[in-house]
Design a protein around this ligand. Structure first.
Ligand SMILES: Nc1ncnc2c1ncn2[C@@H]1O[C@H](COP(=O)(O)OP(=O)(O)O)[C@@H](O)[C@H]1O
Ligand SMILES: O=C(CO)[C@@H](O)[C@@H](O)COP(=O)(O)O
Length: 557
């Protein structure tokens, strides 16, 4: 039998990437990235020039198809293999990235009637303009004693499905009415590949308050939110919800022709980027926290039992690996904070020096920041440039930098921002560990571990734990390909379970980051200071961040 392959497509915030993987051992034979032609839409609506409101973040659904059209043929060409030897396809996506579609499954934003309405577009995971709705969901759920609230750390995020759907209903009831269904973008792309709308249990569980045994919250809850939402889950969120690795269908002839693969190729149900990464680093048992480190961080962990953990994004049975409770937590901005700093605040002299040295500005700052010992900058920051996802679950919190003097250097600020994000992760590790969901070792994947060694050492020191790093540069895409192989099944050259696929295909690098005891001791002190600031500004004692935001909104109107 000839060698068999699977393709995984990872849909990130700014681009999509396809990876062609050898099913025998997980070797990544070829990969190709397609930046989204319309980028993240957060200022003006395409084709209209209409200004978007504050905290909006949209995407163009045609960009997702563009990724398939450009990147899949490219990995086939680069590898030189026969398309017939690709037995399975899987995708992973940012989430909750959602869109309204009509009866034909067409995004409303692509119809002439609705294209000028911002609410018809795909709302990206980091669309934060549904915070009012999220606050109401949380208030009403707490008042009613909804038992599912504990599964989401006590709070539902404005990033998730119900808050986004309700925002559409509140601000554009005509779009709500016109929507036949609201879909996660991951499920929509799969529907374009197979002709079938199939909802996956991962996004339903983590992002849409669905439970394997209990289903969605009951109608009374939705009615209490807004009588118009009473039948939401039977109507616009209708449909079977199936486990990860399930075959959603087969590639249609039309899509196969468009992307250069064989019609009939098995396609797995949609998945989430961070969740797909877990088996791809070989994690199929508890105690190992996987961090998908990029623009944001998602923290993924398996447990034997269902526990309540403050501020976690969710716990879903079989949500990551069958047979375990999958826990998720996260930080809404990490790489994005470093990007903000280098783009908006680094002085020109630093950029010129980096350019003269032929270095990327991040690398230049990292090199200089590495010369400092922990604590030597005298600075401390709160990493809330894009709100706080865990453990406070509050998108209205903002960033803070403390301790600047006239001598503060850009590399010191850069180091402080790296440290602040590590303290944010430490909060999450502590929340799990102290609530009975063990965290013994960390696994890192995503763009950041490849880019910044100082960052990784700081994370090891701040959490006082070993960090293993994924061997793959495209871990979620590798995971998506593994789920594609499971959708194909062993009889077709794939695998019958994700655990088997992980045994054969997953890898981490030999070298890991180990905590350095003297750094651990200093960071322990700094973390205590961080925790004091965290609670002071984040738990209501001083709401200055929210007051500033409110004043800003008032004067901007
Ligand atoms: N050397 C670096 N050190 C730290 N952060 C970096 C470096 N280079 C780029 N970044 C940040 O990495 C992020 C992109 O991460 P990546 O994993 O590639 O993307 P995504 O999250 O979209 O999958 C950007 O926010 C960027 O600012
Ligand atoms: O929220 C999730 C997963 O639950 C992510 O999709 C979201 O943070 C975006 O991740 P990236 O920063 O694009 O890696």
């Amino acid at each position: 039998m000839s060698k068999k392959y699977a393709i995984g497509v990872d849909y990130g915030t700014q681009s999509g990437r396809a990876v062609l993987v050898d099913l025998a051992d997980g070797t990544e034979v070829a990969d190709h990235v397609t930046p989204y032609p319309h980028h993240v839409i957060d200022e003006f609506l395409p084709g209209t020039g209409k200004k978007l409101e504050y905290d909006w973040a949209l995407q163009h659904p045609s960009d997702y198809i563009e990724v398939l059209k450009r990147s899949v043929p490219e990995v086939i060409r680069e590898s030189g293999i026969s398309p017939a030897d690709v037995v399975g396809l899987g995708i992973d996506f940012t989430a909750c990235t959602m869109l309204p579609v009509n009866e034909q499954g067409q995004p409303l934003c692509l119809t002439p009637e609705y294209q000028e309405n911002p609410h018809a577009w795909t709302k990206l995971w980091k669309h934060h303009a549904a915070q009012d709705e999220a606050n109401e969901i949380n208030r009403i759920a707490a008042e009613r004693g909804e038992k599912w609230l504990a599964r989401y750390g006590g709070k539902i995020s404005s990033e998730w499905m119900m808050a986004k759907v309700w925002q559409i209903l509140n601000e554009a009831p005509e779009i709500y009415d016109a929507a036949d269904q609201f879909l996660e973008a991951t499920d929509w792309v799969i529907s374009q590949m197979t002709g079938n709308i199939v909802r996956n249990s991962c996004t339903a569980g983590y992002k849409a308050i669905w439970h394997k045994a209990d289903g969605y919250p009951d109608k009374e809850f939705f009615k209490a939110l807004d009588p118009r939402l009473e039948h939401l889950t039977d109507t616009k969120l209708r449909g079977d919800i199936v486990p990860l690795g399930t075959k959603a269908g087969e590639l249609t002839a039309e899509m196969a022709e468009m992307i250069g693969l064989a019609a009939g190729t098995a396609v797995a149900v949609g998945n989430v980027d961070a969740h797909a990464a877990v088996p791809a680093v070989g994690v199929v048992t508890p105690g190992k926290l996987v961090m998908a480190m990029g623009t944001s961080i998602c923290h993924m962990l398996l447990g034997e039992t269902e526990r309540e953990v403050e501020g976690m994004c969710g716990v879903v049975e079989d949500g990551i690996i069958p047979g375990y409770y999958g826990y998720e937590a996260g930080q809404s901005a990490v790489g994005d904070i470093f990007e903000w700093y280098v783009e908006e605040a680094v002085p020109a002299y630093a950029k010129e020096a980096a350019a003269e040295a032929g270095m990327n500005i991040h690398t230049w700052l990292e090199e200089r920041a590495s010369a400092y010992k922990p604590g030597q900058t005298g600075l401390l920051a709160l990493d809330w440039w894009n709100g706080n996802r865990s453990v406070l679950v509050d998108t209205n919190l903002t960033g803070l930098l403390l301790g600047c003097t006239l001598l503060t250097k850009p590399e010191e600020i850069y180091r402080t921002l790296l440290e602040a994000t590590a303290f944010g992760t430490r909060k999450i590790v502590d929340a799990f560990h102290s609530n009975g969901v063990a965290v013994d070792v960390l696994y890192a994947c995503g763009g950041l571990p490849q880019k910044n060694r100082l960052l990784m050492q700081i994370y090891a020191d701040v959490t006082n734990r070993e960090i293993k790093v994924a061997a793959s540069k495209q871990t979620p895409a590798l995971g998506a390909a593994m789920f594609g192989a499971v959708a194909a099944g062993a009889a077709k050259g794939g695998y019958d379970s994700i655990v088997e696929a992980a045994e054969k295909m997953a890898r981490v690098r030999e070298e890991s980051y180990l905590p350095i005891p003297e750094n651990v001791a200093v960071y322990e002190q700094l973390f205590q200071e961080y925790s004091r600031l965290h609670d002071y500004f984040g738990r209501g004692e001083n709401n200055v961040m929210k007051h500033l935001k409110a004043i800003k909104e008032e004067v901007t109107e």
